[in-house]
Design a protein around this ligand. Structure first.
Ligand SMILES: [Zn+2]
Length: 121
């Protein structure tokens, strides 16, 4: 396997932080990044980006639906018979790591267990 040298371009940025944030940054840098504050800030920004996710369609809630044919849960694929209640997601625009780029076209029903898990995520 050939080896590659990864060269990151670095730039000096100026920004202002309050005393408390500076103290916190120093502490995190000391504890986890051998005192390297740049690495600590980089990790913090990457972590924030993951947390914020990307713009798209996110589940805002669910509407109960009494199914009139054999159906299965979108997430756990459990089978449900006609007359049982499943939950149809309602979407809104938002940011999340699991945000969808397009509204789903397929039939999407969740069982109550999976619906509750999805909403609490
Ligand atoms: Zn399920």
């Amino acid at each position: 396997m050939p080896s590659y040298a990864i060269i990151h371009t670095v730039k000096r940025l100026n920004f202002t932080l309050d005393d408390e944030t500076i103290e916190l940054l120093n502490r995190i840098a000391e504890q986890y990044y051998h005192g390297n504050k740049s690495l600590a800030v980089r990790a913090a920004v990457e972590s924030l980006a993951t947390h914020l996710g990307h713009e798209g369609w996110v589940i805002a809630g669910f509407v109960p639906v009494e199914v009139d044919s054999d159906s299965e849960c979108h997430t756990c694929h459990r089978h449900f018979a006609p007359g049982e209640t499943l939950y149809r997601p309602v979407f809104r625009k938002g940011r999340a790591s699991k945000a969808l780029q397009y509204l789903p076209r397929e039939q999407w029903l969740e069982c109550s267990d999976c619906a509750q898990t999805l909403v609490s995520e």
